[in-house]
Ligand binder design. Structure first.
Ligand SMILES: *[C@@H]1O[C@H](CO)[C@@H](O)[C@H](O)[C@H]1NC(C)=O
Ligand SMILES: *[C@@H]1O[C@H](CO)[C@@H](O)[C@H](O)[C@H]1NC(C)=O
Ligand SMILES: *[C@@H]1O[C@H](CO)[C@@H](O)[C@H](O)[C@H]1NC(C)=O
Ligand SMILES: *[C@@H]1O[C@H](CO)[C@@H](O)[C@H](O)[C@H]1NC(C)=O
Ligand SMILES: *[C@@H]1O[C@H](CO)[C@@H](O)[C@H](O)[C@H]1NC(C)=O
Ligand SMILES: *[C@@H]1O[C@H](CO)[C@@H](O)[C@H](O)[C@H]1NC(C)=O
Ligand SMILES: *[C@@H]1O[C@H](CO)[C@@H](O)[C@H](O)[C@H]1NC(C)=O
Length: 921
């Protein structure tokens, strides 16, 4: 345009207007052409066609490939990049675009992968990761000969890896991690990939590749190797001909979560001395940390956490002058910490992360580092992360410990025996984003120096001896915090409006907070306020949209009024614990829209009316509605739809009608408590269909339980083992105890007392060999006590009193130890412990002796079992509310997430997705 104007000025008064017009046209078209020219290299027709054909066989629910075909130039389509000179498609990146936002996430691609991709002869980069293709990796991938990078991580491929992949001689990056291959038989194909620089086969089952070090030995260009969670077999360094100098280029090595023993140290030392990163966490490494790292002068990051390593940081670490990160979390380190810190002296100016925490995911070792923290820690001037939590460290923490730590961002010293001597007026040299001083005595007043930490995102001061109310400024500070744990202090006062904060996780449980529930941050994910004195209605939960809320525990407060009706917005709510409050009214039917809720605890309130349908809440695993005034029949949908139910407690309500047969479909129910209701009719004959109670082959740590609890299920699963019980006591049951009940051979506790049961006891009652507690008292049961009772070796609690039983009490180690009152009120019952003899006793002396001999085989301490049972009975919510009530677990869990950073979280999510896919098959 400037040229045109210039020209017209030059041409004076536009005499040659025609000429000018023409020129204009020429110039304009030239400009136009050149602009077309620069971006013009339209993609090749055949490649465009091939891509469209590829698209056709893909199932694309979210229309991820909308741009494919809508624009002519395929080089502009999503995920495509072309060579800007030749126009050939060089890159095809259809990696699933993950998003933190579960709600708006796109669906992964599915369907067939069409061989038309072979048309893309220049393809350098192919990434189909995190989709859901299923089936084998297409063989034709082995013919995409120009490929340099092939990424197929977590794409749900199965079968085995086509050996033709070994033809991709240009490949320098291969990522097959997280697929469902059958255990691979050999890795011969791998050895042809001589250009390979980066290999990731994490989470692929390599348990059969006994000679895996050999298989890798030809990959001489390898710089990065990731074989984590592969069930890599252990190997003996001596019997395996170690491949010396096989790959001197290796710099990054991750072999975490395998079964490797300490031999791996020597393989590593042989394979390269150029390592920058080594990750061996979660193996079977034992003994002291060996001196193999001494020549790895470039080593910057070493993770040996979650093993059984002993001692401390060895002297040889004095060579490691580039060390930036050292993670020894969760081992059996027990040395005096002073020596360990001394051996890091060369890294004084480089060390950024030092993690010596002994716990992992809530599991605390009995081993601890001891001694007092040397002041020389204060000289590690590059230190950004200092994690010493959960040890037995003692001594006084003073300002000297932080003297030069101006870069410190994360400080975790919780759960030691430190005494804290930091002046309230201290002006720390650092600005932390994480501070964990739980179980350190930082109170009684909230320390003023913490108020200088304006970048805080994570603040954990649980059980820190803080009394009184928090300074107002405090809440200003917290407005930028993501995770706040001030539980188990004596903080009182009212909670201010928190809707303008960034809080994602708040734990203020076990304090003295009062007033009404405030409104919370829209980012909130976990809200823990149990065991305070918060009163009034729940309605403020509805005041803000909180779409990410997953965990709510406001149990043991003084909440009153009815449940609000805003549950539609909590699409991700998994745990709702409002137990032990004063809530009233009916349960709004909208609660039944909580599709992913897995724990619902409303026990100990004054709710009434009939239950709304929860038939769509199919992930429910724990339902406790006990101690309310609910009425109506026990709904049939419980058994039809809630197939993941592990614990169902409806005790102490006003439920009536019969026990629906559908309850027998609850295949993994561990604890069924219908006691103290108005239930009538007979006991169902199908209880033996409850496979977890009847069948030993059904694991306690069943898939569903694992799915529900992810990180915390570890603790829960183990305790669940001892919790298999049925309690239908104090109802109006009639009829006989069905024979089929004796097939519940995993049952540990059975209480049918205070009903109107009649008839005889099934002869083979003793088949329920694991019974530790049996109460059939106050019924009308008649006949004799079957002799099979004498094989109930684990019985610690028994009550048969007040029935119509008669005949001899069978003789066993257990049955005679119970107080006679447990047999009283049965008109015809005789023999010890009730009476010394039955009429006509002498004749059977021999039989008794035989029985005694037999019983001695199974003699086990009675006291032990009594304590187990007592634990079982009183421990209901202690055990099963692991997440809800026992804050240390919860605490450990969340902290674990914080500290372990993203990958563990991602892994958990992916793992869940994998399981779900597997279930759908
Ligand atoms: C073409 O691609 C090369 C290499 O990818 C790049 O360096 C160059 O800047 C690109 N040229 C244009 C005009 O985009
Ligand atoms: C990935 O998703 C985010 C948010 O969901 C979106 O902003 C971004 O454009 C997507 N990326 C691609 C390549 O489509
Ligand atoms: C591939 O696409 C994903 C998702 O859109 C994106 O996150 C990733 O950065 C891309 N990779 C490359 C190398 O462009
Ligand atoms: C591809 O691999 C197969 C066996 O894996 C081999 O027989 C064939 O010669 C290879 N082709 C090329 C071009 O390397
Ligand atoms: C459960 O979901 C189905 C299908 O979405 C729906 O038709 C039904 O009404 C829902 N039931 C309840 C009680 O919300
Ligand atoms: C039990 O049954 C008897 C006789 O059938 C009846 O008289 C009694 O009231 C019943 N007791 C209860 C608690 O239902
Ligand atoms: C049996 O129980 C009764 C009542 O509970 C109690 O008084 C008595 O001491 C007990 N006897 C023995 C031997 O424990």
């Amino acid at each position: 345009m400037i040229m045109i104007m210039l020209f017209s000025m030059i041409s004076g008064r536009c005499i040659h207007s025609v000429l000018v017009g023409l020129l204009c046209l020429v110039i304009a078209s030239a400009i136009c052409c050149s602009s077309v020219g620069s971006s013009s290299i339209l993609c090749m027709e055949n490649e465009r066609h091939a891509l469209l054909q590829f698209k056709q066989s893909i199932v694309d629910e979210s229309n991820v490939l909308a741009s494919w075909g809508s624009k002519k130039d395929c080089c502009t389509w999503r995920g495509i990049a072309c060579n800007n000179q030749t126009g050939h498609v060089m890159t095809l990146n259809l990696s699933y675009n993950s998003s933190d936002d579960y709600i708006s996430a796109e669906a992964p691609l599915r369907g067939e992968i069409d061989p038309s991709l072979l048309e893309l002869r220049n393809l350098n980069y192919l990434d189909l990761s995190f989709n859901d293709f299923g089936g084998m990796i297409p063989k034709f991938f082995g013919s995409l000969s120009q490929l340099k990078e092939l990424k197929l991580a977590y794409a749900n491929f199965d079968g085995s890896v086509p050996p033709k992949i070994g033809n991709l001689s240009n490949l320098h990056t291969l990522d097959l991690s997280g697929n469902y291959f059958i255990p691979l038989e050999n890795l011969e194909w791998l050895s042809h990939l001589s250009s390979l620089r980066s290999l990731n086969m994490s989470e692929v089952d390599l348990s059969k590749i006994v000679n895996w070090p050999q298989s890798l030995s030809k990959l001489t260009s390898l710089m990065e190797l990731q074989l984590s969670d592969c069930s890599l077999p252990d190997f003996n360094i001596r019997s395996n001909s170690v491949v010396k100098n096989s790959s001197t280029s290796l710099q990054v090595l991750d072999l975490f979560y395998n079964n490797l023993n300490s031999s791996i140290f020597y393989w590593i030392a042989n394979v390269s001395s150029n390592f920058i990163h080594i990750g061996l966490q979660g193996n079977q490494l034992q003994g002291p940390i060996p001196d193999v790292f001494k020549s790895m002068l470039s080593l910057a990051s070493l993770d040996l956490s979650i093993n059984q390593l002993e001692g401390g940081i060895p002297k040889s670490f004095q060579n490691l002058c580039s060390l930036e990160s050292l993670t020894l979390r969760s081992n059996q380190l027990s040395e005096n910490i002073e020596n360990s810190i001394k051996n890091l002296s060369c890294a004084e100016n480089t060390l950024e992360t030092l993690d010596l925490i002994t716990c992992f995911g809530g599991r605390c070792q009995i081993w601890h580092l001891n001694g007092s923290l040397p002041e020389s820690v204060g000289q590690l001037s590059s230190l950004e992360v200092l994690s010493l939590a959960q040890n037995s460290l003692s001594g006084v923490i003073t300002e000297a410990h932080f003297l030069k730590l101006s870069r410190l961002q994360s400080l975790a010293i919780s759960n030691n025996h430190f005494s804290i001597n930091l002046s309230s007026d201290w002006n720390p040299p650092f600005q932390l984003y994480l501070l964990d001083m739980s179980s350190c005595k930082v109170g009684p007043a909230f320390p003023k120096w913490i108020l200088t930490q304006t970048n805080l995102a994570f603040l954990y001061l649980s059980n820190a001896g803080i009394f009184g109310s928090l300074p107002d400024k405090c809440w200003d500070l917290f407005s930028g915090i993501f995770r706040l744990d001030l539980s188990m202090n004596q903080i009182h006062g009212k909670l201010p409006n928190l809707s303008t904060t960034s809080l994602v996780f708040v734990n203020l449980s076990s304090n003295l907070l009062s007033g009404t529930l405030p409104s919370f941050s829209p980012m909130l994910n976990g809200l823990y306020l149990s065991n305070n004195m918060i009163s009034g209605p729940l309605s403020s939960l509805c005041a803000t949209q909180i779409p990410h809320l997953e965990y709510v525990d406001i149990s043991e407060n003084l909440l009153s009024g009815e449940l609000p009706n805003c549950w539609m917005q909590f699409k991700l709510l998994r745990v709702l614990n409002l137990g032990m409050n004063k809530l009233t009214g009916k349960i709004p039917s909208m609660l039944g829209n909580l599709k992913v809720i897995s724990i619902l605890n409303l026990h100990g309130n004054k709710f009434s009316g009939e239950l709304p349908s929860f038939e769509n809440c199919t992930e429910l695993a724990v339902v406790d509605l006990g101690d309310n005034n609910f009425s109506g029949k026990i709904p049939t949908w419980i058994g039809q739809s809630l197939i993941n139910l592990v614990i169902l407690r409806l005790r102490a309500n006003e439920f009536n009608g019969i026990i629906p047969l559908t309850l027998c479909r609850l295949a993994i129910i561990h604890f069924l408590d219908l006691s103290h209701n108005n239930i009538s009719g007979g006991l169902p004959h199908c209880l033996n269909n409850i496979s977890v109670l009847a069948d030993d082959s059904v694991g306690v740590n069943g898939l569903s339980v694992e799915l529900v609890w992810k990180g915390i299920e570890i603790e829960f699963g183990e305790n669940l083992e001892g919790m298999r019980g049925i309690d239908i006591s104090s109802n109006y049951l009639v009829g006989e105890i069905p024979e089929s009940i004796t097939r519940l051979t995993n049952l540990i506790s059975l209480n049918l007392s205070r009903n109107n049961l009649t008839g005889k006891l099934p002869e083979n009652f003793g088949n329920m060999q694991k019974l530790e507690s049996l109460d059939l008292s106050r019924n009308q049961i008649s006949g004799h006590i079957p002799t099979s009772f004498s094989s109930l070796h684990f019985l610690g609690v028994l009550d048969l009193s007040n029935n119509q039983l008669s005949g001899r009490i069978p003789v066993s180690t257990q049955l005679q130890t119970f107080n006679a009152t447990k047999y009283m009120g049965n008109p015809g019952l005789c023999g010890p412990p009730l009476s010394p003899n039955c009429p006509g006793d002498e004749a059977t002396e021999d039989d008794h002796n035989k029985e005694r001999e037999h019983d001695n085989d199974g003699l086990i301490s009675l006291g032990f079992f009594i304590s187990t049972v007592l634990g079982f009975i009183t421990g209901f919510w202690i055990v099963c509310g692991s997440l809800l009530l026992k804050s240390s677990w919860r605490y450990a869990y969340f902290k674990f997430l914080d500290n372990a950073k993203d990958w563990i979280y991602v892994r958990a999510v992916v793992y869940k997705a994998k399981l779900q896919r597997r279930l759908q098959r």
